[in-house]
Design a protein. Structure first.
Length: 224
């Protein structure tokens, strides 16, 4: 117990002397997560919009995107680096994060669009709106709170998975965690790994606050 406390006591001094490196890795981690979730949001919402009216297409989209989440992240990273043009680095990590982020976004898009009151849709139809106009002006705005919740959930999921990208030389705080694990038994192991671990938690809080603000800014009070 005393030995563990002694190692933890070294964490503040390690963080103070390596702050620049930790911050640089945290920014790299945030960037790759932001890129992946932006791609996943475009793909996921598009899939939801294209399939929510057709039961077979909807089920297929949900099954396929759900299948991605059953693949262990280490196995997926190992598989992706064997694909020509991928190799090591940010590319396989970005692809893996996009695949893992799709299910909550597709599911919530479908749920949100199917949850729109049919009477409202019928009223829009009676006003002469085309299917595309109804989707853009009525259905998507009403479904948006559910859609953005799916994007938010996906973001929090992939923040942790992104840390494992260090095994394929991906950017981010996983580098510190992996480095710390490689130094087990030394005085620096716990401070290094703890810096990466806490950094991931802090990023999760920051992204969560961002989506909370985005929800409030993009959702009218009548829809909340």
């Amino acid at each position: 117990m005393a030995e563990a406390l002694e190692k933890l006591e070294g964490f503040p001094s390690y963080l103070a002397s390596n702050w620049d490196n930790v911050l640089e890795l945290a920014i790299a981690h945030a960037i790759i997560v932001a890129i992946a979730i932006a791609i996943a949001a475009v793909v996921g919402v598009s899939l939801g919009v294209l399939t929510y009216r057709n039961a077979r297409a909807r089920d297929l989209a949900l099954r396929v995107t759900g299948l991605f989440l059953t693949i262990p992240s280490l196995a997926l990273y190992a598989l992706l680096i064997t694909i020509p043009g991928m190799g090591f680095g940010a590319r396989p990590v970005t692809v893996a994060l996009v695949l893992y982020a799709l299910l909550p976004i597709v599911r919530n898009t479908v749920t949100g669009l199917r949850g729109v009151d049919p009477a409202i849709v019928e009223s829009a139809l009676g006003m002469g709106m085309t299917q595309r106009e109804r989707l853009r002006r009525i259905e998507l705005p009403l479904a948006w709170p559910v859609v953005i919740t799916g994007i938010r959930v996906s973001t929090l999921i992939i923040i942790g998975i992104a840390a494992l990208g260090a095994i394929v030389n991906g950017p981010g705080l996983g580098e510190l965690i992996l480095d710390g694990l490689g130094r087990v038994g030394t005085p620096f192991a716990v401070p290094i790994a703890l810096s990466g671990f806490l950094g991931v938690i802090v990023l999760g809080i920051v992204f969560d606050l961002f989506f909370t603000m985005l929800y409030r800014l993009t959702t009218s009070r009548g829809v909340r």
